[in-house]
Write a protein that binds this ligand. Structure first.
Ligand code: 6R9
Length: 654
């Protein structure tokens, strides 16, 4: 039988947790034993970290798989857990959000401030006729009102659907219609790359096609002129006029908390539905365990957009449920200069930084001297999410951001899983650069072959989850059949995540990219991640993407796109030489089977808003080129080809 996925990359470096962190860690190795002995009792204890208005009767009802019910019969209010209980405990003066606008304006919101604003927004939404069970769309820039809007919905039991501020009117109206949202919360605009970037016109265009929308609440952020209709209300007028008194009602543990759309590779977006008790339990516990959050002393910063699941679980619900202090930043990392992120770390004395591999590789490309120009000594823990992190990017992160000593947690999870599933525990795990290591306590993951059989150590295949988990998606909004088809049909009784993975000789898990992207070269299934990591391990490469392109001899051939590091000379013959060297470097690192047929040196790669490389577009480019044309040096026509498929940079893909 053929192997499901080849295991080519061999990485032997390993870093134990710093002794001081391990000695004080929130979670120790005992957690694995406890969860191993009784998984449901383990999750029950983590649910106990929250405040419940009514305790549950049963931890898990799995009598009708794949439709799970967690903490059956329990009742709680998510906003109460994220705000009121911290204020009641005497921590109202603690900073919840240090907000930094892109132009440099700032706001500081304590837990008492956030609580007051959320109560007012809850009253304002109620005044507009929003009741528990209604859907509210949120289309906002990275401003505190985004968190307030989400919490206000949660507070009154309305289900929010946050849509990326970069999406088109079409994408927005499809999502509003699919969920029949009653209200949309937006802003006049936000700041991006030094300029105001309008949002309201996109909403106006979308709402014109959405009869379900009764009201539009508009936050004033940029002060730019906006068109106005009878449905529109200024946020500041509605919210500021509303009472700050609001008693949070408890909702059932399985009450719908939010819908978040992911489109994957096929057309119609899927509305991933998350509910209340299980979601908050796992979001809160993982923030506590994986980031080792100490609410009294840490300053935490997750650089994700709030429209990505990472922003939901690790800006809003996880950190706030723990009473943490965090930084929220509106803008891009290179505005007004390429050191903006490090300046923010320095300014707010950030101690925990959670970001994406795409950003780390971008920082690598910009050069080591940029982080070196700032005081990053407040940092004590680094995290990564969104894509496999190549070993070289991991090492760069540790070296140039983490002073060569900080632990890195590479966290694997998905919109569908709701919270982190596979990750090191920072005080326990000896990490390997590029590996997400082991499933968290209470999570049962495996790598299986085509037949659904567990692969032995050293083998590659499909990443699956064998047991339900509290923050799992409950269904696809309005389409239970698609939920079953998409996630539970490939392997009997298992959730299939869509990712390829391997177990190394110690049984540690390495993510190998989406199985849709796997390349079939002369009968071997080769992962994009391993070839990309081999390319990035060359000192002249900052970032790489590879795709399989149809090839008359090998079935598919590997075509690579590489972004050179900082000062690399890629003109004329130097470029030709570099390409030859890179092809040989990959062959030497992974074996001749993985040698790219063709490498193009490019200045940029097409990415989604959450930083994932859109290999589909690169495949189009790769397959349209004539075979003889092997070397293209910073050929702008390559990028024109790529960008012509991107419809003005507003990608509707995540
Ligand atoms: C949280 C998030 C999910 C997909 C997932 C996988 C990729 C995320 C990763 C990772 C390797 C990691 N992914 N984290 N791959 N290592 N640490 O990203 O959710 O936007 O739904 O994407 O992202 O392919 O299946 P989402």
């Amino acid at each position: 039988m053929s192997e499901a996925l080849a295991n080519l990359l061999n990485e032997t470096r390993q870093f134990p947790p710093p002794a001081a962190l391990a000695a004080q860690a929130n979670v120790t190795a005992d957690a694995y034993d406890e969860a191993g002995a009784d998984r449901l009792a383990f999750w029950e204890r983590q649910a106990g970290r929250l405040a419940w208005a009514r305790p549950w009767d049963e931890v898990l009802d799995w009598s009708n798989p794949p439709f799970a019910k967690w903490f059956v019969g329990g009742q709680l209010n998510v906003a109460y857990n994220c705000l009121d209980r911290h204020v009641e405990a005497g921590n109202g003066d603690r900073v919840a959000i240090h907000w930094e606008g892109e132009p440099g304006d700032t706001r500081t919101l304590t837990y008492a401030d956030l609580h007051r604003l959320t109560c007012q927004a809850a009253n304002a939404l109620t005044d507009l006729g929003v009741v528990a069970g209604d859907r509210v769309a949120i289309y906002l820039p990275m401003i505190p009102e985004a968190a307030v809007a989400m919490l206000a919905c949660a507070r009154i039991g309305a289900t929010h659907s946050v849509v990326f501020g970069g999406f088109s009117a079409d994408a927005l109206s499809n999502r509003i219609s699919d969920a029949s949202a009653k209200v949309v919360i937006t802003a006049d605009g936000g700041y991006r790359r030094g300029k105001p970037s309008a949002l309201k016109p996109t909403v106006d265009e979308a709402v014109a096609n959405c009869p379900s929308i009764e009201h539009v609440l508009v936050v004033r952020r940029t002060g730019e002129e906006v068109a106005w209709s009878a449905k529109d209300h200024w946020w500041h007028e509605a919210v500021e006029a509303a009472s700050a008194e609001h008693v949070a009602q408890p909702f059932d543990a399985e009450h719908p908390l939010f819908i978040l759309y992911t489109s994957g590779t096929t057309a119609r977006p899927k509305g991933i539905l998350h509910t209340t008790g299980g979601y908050l339990t796992q979001a809160a516990w993982t923030a506590h365990a994986v980031f080792d959050l100490k609410p009294e002393t840490d300053v935490y910063w997750c650089t994700a957009d709030i429209g990505w699941v990472t922003g939901h679980s690790y800006i809003v619900y996880g950190p706030l449920a723990n009473g943490a202090t965090q930084v929220m930043y509106e803008g891009t990392p290179d505005t007004p200069h390429k050191g903006r992120f490090w300046e923010i770390v320095d300014k707010y004395k950030v101690s925990i930084l959670y970001t994406a591999p795409t950003l780390i590789r971008t920082m690598m490309k910009w050069g080591d001297d940029i982080p070196a120009g700032f005081d990053l000594s407040s940092l004590r823990l680094l995290g990564s999410v969104g894509e496999p992190i190549n070993p070289e990017a991991w090492m760069w992160y540790r070296q140039h951001v983490g002073r060569g000593e900080l632990p890195i947690v590479d966290t694997w999870w998905q919109t569908e899983t709701g919270a982190i599933m596979i990750s090191p525990l920072p005080g326990v795990t000896a990490t390997k650069p590029g590996s997400a290591m082991t499933p968290l306590p209470g999570v049962v993951a495996d790598v299986v072959d085509d037949q659904g059989q567990s692969v032995p150590n050293g083998g590659g295949g499909y990443l699956v989850l064998r047991e339900p988990w509290p923050s799992m998606l409950r269904t696809i909004w309005g389409d239970d059949n698609r939920f079953i088809e998409t996630y539970w049909s490939r392997f009997e009784g298992m959730y299939f995540a869509g990712d390829g993975a391997k177990k190394d000789d110690d049984g540690h898990i390495w993510l190998l990219g989406r199985v849709d992207d796997v390349m079939l070269v002369s009968g071997h299934n080769i992962s994009t991640t391993e070839v990309e990591s081999a390319l990035v391990s060359h000192p002249s490469v900052a970032e790489a993407a590879v795709v399989g392109a149809t090839d008359p001899t090998t079935g598919q051939a590997i075509v690579a796109f590489a972004i050179p590091r900082g000062t690399t000379d890629i003109s004329g013959e130097a470029g030709e030489r570099l390409i030859t060297e890179l092809r040989n470097h990959v062959a030497k690192t992974l074996g001749p089977i993985a040698k790219p047929r063709q490498i193009m040196l490019v200045p940029e790669l097409p990415k989604t808003r959450s930083g994932k490389i859109m290999r589909r577009l690169l495949r189009d480019v790769a397959e349209n080129r004539s075979l003889g044309d092997v070397t293209t040096l910073q050929d702008s026509s390559v990028m024109e080809l790529i960008s012509s498929g991107l419809s003005g940079g507003k990608s509707d893909e995540d």
